[in-house]
Every structure is written in C-alpha cells, then in structure tokens.
Design a protein around this ligand. Structure first.
Ligand code: GDP
Length: 464
C-alpha cells in the first residue's frame, strides 16, 4: 500500500453544460478541503454529519461568495473508491460553476488530478486490481450492450477470479515441487509425477481457454470492422442508415472521423460493428478508384466481416459477379445481402450467384426501406461471431496487455509440462512455473512494473 500525501481534485463530468457537474477530491485532506468550500444549510458542519450521506448547501468560490446550491458527500478511507478520504460536490452542470469551484479547491490546497489518477490511487491502495481498473476504462468506452456487460463483469472481478483460480492452482503445484525437491536423492515417484503432469495439463488447458477469449474480447472492445460493398446504387448507404436507425439508442459516432469516411458504430446481433460504407469513398478523382471493385477491395482488406449488397430488384451485372468473386477471394466471413426486397416479388439475384458461392455464404434478403429482414441479418452476424459459451460476463481478455501476459503464462506452464514429461529435474520446472505466476501477476497487477501501470492510467480521462 502506498501512501499519497497530496489531495487531488478534478471535474469528474464531461465538458460543457449539463444537468449535473461533479467536483471530486481524494487524499488526506479531501474532507477538510470540501468542508472549507461548502456551507451546509443546517447548523451542523459537513464533518459533523455522517460519512456517505448527501448534504445540501452552498458552494463558495475562492472569495467566499456563493456560486451554486449543491449536494456534498464525503467518505473516509479506506472505505472509498480510492481507499483514501474522498469528497464530491454535485453542482449544477455549469462550466463556470465548476471552474470557480475547482479554483476554490486549489486555493484550499488541492492540486489538479492527472488522467486516471483517482483510479490509479484505487489500484495503488488495493481497492481494485489492474484488470478491474482497466475495466473502468472499458466501461467508459463500451460500444455495445455486450461490451458494457463484460466490462461491468470484469470490474466486479470476474476476470480476476478466473485468473486467480489458475494462479492458486499453480501455487499449489509449486508447493508439490518443493516437497519433491526436499528429497533430492529420491526420484519422483511415478504417482506424484503423473499427478503433477495432470495438474500442469489442466492449467495449460485453462490458460488456452482464457487466451481464446481474447478474440471475442477484442471484437467487443474495438468493434468488428465490417465493410459494406456492392456496386453503385446497390443500396449500401441505405443499409448503413437502416442499421444505424435499427439500434439508434446505442449508436455513437467515432470521434475523430468525419461523415465522408462513412464509418458508424452499431450493435447487430449482440456484436459491435464498425460499419464502413465504401460508397463514402466515391468522390475520388482517380478513375480506377471510382470503380466499385477497386474501392471495395481496399475496404475488404481491412475488414473482419463483409456485407456484399446486391440489388435484388435489378438484373445482376458483371460488376456484381466480379465483386462476388473478390469477396470470396478475400477469405473473410461474409454475408450475401439481397437488398431492396420491397421492390421484388421474389428475389432473383440470389439465384444468379453460383451454387458453391451460395453454399459458402450466408444469404439474407432484406429491405432497408421497410426494415424487413434486418433481424435475419442480425442473426447471421450473431452466428458468425458467436458468444464464447464457456465464459461468463467479464471473463474475457480485452486488451493486448492482458493477452500477452496470459500468453506468457501459458508458455511457462507448457514448458514446465513438457520438461516434466522429458524427465527434467524439478528445479528447472520451478523456474517455468514461477515465470507463469509472474505473468499472471502482471495480468492482475500484483507483479507489474510501475511504468507499465502509469501508461495504463494515462489512457483514462481526467477525473476518473
Ligand atoms: P449505394 O450507392 O449502394 O450506397 O446505394 P443507395 O443506398 O444510395 O441506394 C440507391 C438507391 O436505391 C436509392 O435511390 C435508394 O433510395 C434506393 N434503395 C436502397 N435500398 C432500398 C430499399 O430497400 N428499398 C427501396 N425501395 N429502395 C432502396
């Protein structure tokens, strides 16, 4: 446990006017500093009230002028988010009030918190392990229901428990090895040897399963890049818009991208997709770029899922056929979308692509105009990117750091198991198991270097 001597403060809510704006404090003087800028309405002072209650009163600026009527609460460490004394002032969401309030906190001795510093302190004080702290950032960034549920599960310790089980099984194994080492002159008896090999294999399998969750975890945290390809007027943009409208409540624009790259995040069949409409690239001056096929090839290279849109109400053209070939050559999961179903009695396009292509692809008939068939598309996506049945919410590895640590743990256990099978002396095995333990410790932050954790918390926003 590390003791921080200074008290940090920050605005904890987003910039701009809002219903509520929160000033947050953590550190040894948090409660005192809050009490200095807050005047409760009743007779009792803030610190005469019980902890973790909401007290109504006035927020004062650096000159003691009332600048808002607010709610204030404080907690005493270690029973707080950061493990230190903390306080919060729930103000009206006025940027000016928050600026003046923060200034008053600084005058009383608080300093501006850095990015993620509250959560970093929670980690340093043992309130959260590193996987849980990362889950806080994942929760803030969640792009889908599934992503949010997994982040919440990880925050409540699901991943840490899964890792912890492997960790403690390996610690038990080490104890066994040590017991064997105590009698160096004796060979390991065959029964013990078999037992150790079995235990190692079991943990190797557990680590392989854990590592396999990274694929899904990455999809949930980053979104599956999905290219919508098809010849001009096939109905790509309409499909994108229909999908955006289909789950409008959770759609967000990716910051930093402009409308003309036409990239949208949607959740479809429980899978977060980053939809890329190649129609958005149409305004190119390069004549080759203007060809649908070339444009689509580029988008498909980056994609993890391809939706090939064909206008089911029109004759299939050579360009459709060529695109279909390009899509199959791309070798990625793809869905054949026979669009504009409201314009056709019975789809004709589907019959016009080859039987073997049809067998390889999933075919969905839909109308972006009426919304008919969008649920089938959602089902097809869900089938292509199934939930990991063996993992509960929050038990997934969601970032490269976690995956690398799990990979190293797996390699250590695998080396130990192989060495045991080859009859290598137990002390050599111990080194491998120790390495696996240390890698697992990194995953949860038990044995991680300070500069690594610092980098992780840099990802967070100020106030978190
Ligand atoms: P893109 O060039 O592939 O992006 O095609 P658009 O989405 O711009 O659509 C081309 C034309 O087809 C537009 O006039 C759309 O209104 C129309 N369209 C697209 N999807 C549908 C649909 O499901 N039903 C009907 N009736 N028209 C559609």
């Amino acid at each position: 446990m590390s003791i921080q001597t200074d008290t940090i403060a920050a605005v904890a809510t987003p910039a701009g006017p809002g219903a509520i704006g929160i000033l947050r404090l953590s550190g040894p003087r948090a409660a005192d500093i809050a009490a200095a800028v807050f005047r409760p309405l009743g007779k009792k002072g803030l610190l005469d009230r019980p902890v973790r209650t909401l007290v109504y009163g006035d927020l004062l600026d650096r000159e003691g002028q009332v600048i808002d009527r607010v709610l204030c609460t404080y907690s005493r460490g270690p029973e707080s988010y950061t493990g230190e004394d903390t306080a919060e002032l729930h103000c009206h969401g006025s940027p000016m009030v928050l600026t003046l309030g923060l200034e008053a906190l600084f005058v009383q001795g608080a300093r501006q918190a850095g990015p993620g510093e509250f959560t970093q302190r929670a980690f340093l004080n043992g309130r959260l392990d590193l996987a849980q702290a990362e889950a806080v950032a994942d929760l803030l960034d969640a792009q889908s229901r599934e992503g949010a549920r997994h982040a919440a599960g990880q925050l409540s310790g699901a991943l840490s428990r899964r890792v912890g089980e492997i960790y403690s099984a390996l610690v038990d194994l080490m104890a066994h090895f040590h017991a064997v080492l105590d009698y160096p002159d004796e060979d390991i008896d065959p029964f013990t040897q078999e037992q150790l090999a079995r235990d190692l294999t079991r943990q190797e399998t557990a680590l392989e399963r854990l590592l396999a969750t990274y694929r899904r975890g990455r999809q949930l945290s980053r979104g599956v890049r999905c290219a919508i390809v098809g010849r001009p007027n096939a109905g790509k943009s309409s499909l994108l818009n229909a999908l955006v409208g289909y789950e409008r409540a959770i759609v967000t624009d990716i910051p930093g991208t402009t409308r003309d790259t036409v990239e949208e995040n949607v959740e479809l069949g429980g899978v977060p997709l980053r939809l890329i409409d190649t129609a958005g690239l149409r305004e190119s001056a390069d004549p080759i770029e203007q060809l649908g096929v070339e444009r689509s090839r580029a988008a498909m290279e980056e994609a993890e899922l391809i939706l090939l849109v064909v206008d089911a109400a029109a004759e299939v053209t050579a360009e459709d056929a060529e695109l279909t070939r390009a899509v199959t050559e791309a070798g990625k999961p793809w869905i054949f979308v026979a669009a504009k179903q409201d314009l056709v009695e019975r789809s004709t396009s589907v019959g016009l692509i080859g039987a073997e292509v049809r067998a390889a692809a999933r075919t969905v008939e839909l109308s972006s105009k009426t919304g008919e068939g969008l649920d089938s598309l959602a089902r097809a996506v869900a089938e292509l990117f199934p939930r990991d049945a063996g993992s509960g919410y929050g038990e997934l590895l969601t970032n490269a750091r976690q995956a690398q640590a799990a990979q190293r743990a797996l390699e250590g256990v695998r080396r130990a198991r192989e060495a045991l099978e080859l009859g290598v002396t137990p002390d050599a095995l111990l080194t491998d198991v120790e390495e696996a333990l240390s890698a697992l410790g990194e995953l949860t932050g038990q044995s991680v270097r300070e500069d690594v954790t610092a980098r992780i918390f840099q990802r967070f926003c100020v106030g978190k």
